[in-house]
Ligand binder design. Sequence first.
Ligand code: ADP
Length: 217
Amino acid sequence: MLKNRAVVFFGPPGVGKGTVATRLAKEFGCRTVSSGDLLRENVKGGTDLGSQAKKFMDSGGLVPDQLVTRMVMAGLDKENGCVFLDGFPRTIVQAEELAAYLKKRDWELLVVDLEADDRFLMARLTNRLICRDCGAIYHRINLAPKKEGVCDICGGGLYQRTDDQPDVVAKRLSVYHRQSAPLRDYYQRLGLMKTLRGDTVLDETLTAVRKLLKNIP
Ligand code: ADP
């Protein structure tokens, strides 16, 4: 069980941040806060924030720092003990806001950086399918559902995220390299980051991350 700690899952789109975070959260007594999921909930619910964020998300660009930061901090306020962060921070400004927030709460930070190359990520994302009802993630080739278009777990319909179309994926990858990748240097310098491979089979990534989290002093 982790205490008074935030674990940031960092890395390019499609590397598996959300999958790893959600699968390990319970085991470590942590809850996951995902900026992408929170934004999509706002879009679906037709909130002010959702309508402001939608155009950035559809194009593959980043939602402005101020909007995302406010939303994520409100999510963090509801949590106690330990949080896994998926998709936040994505810019230096967001990382600085997070550091100030964690300092106030006297929480420690660890960044788990998952890496994979663009070709691998493009193939993974453009074949990704998601269950409308329970959010389970499939892959058309590597993790196909038993019945086409239907979730194995709950029977819900599967869909492709609008931002998983090839042209939008290409934009998201280039935004990652330009705006988010500099965070790796930032966290490296602070000695807060561990890098692991995100392009192995899921069980291997889970084992590596599990080992890392179990050895936090
Ligand atoms: P992925 O990591 O696969 O790109 P996410 O679900 O994390 O998917 O994000 C989807 C979209 O939501 C991003 O392309 C971006 O527009 C927006 N978004 C999510 N998190 C952030 C963030 N921390 N800062 C700015 N925009 C964000």
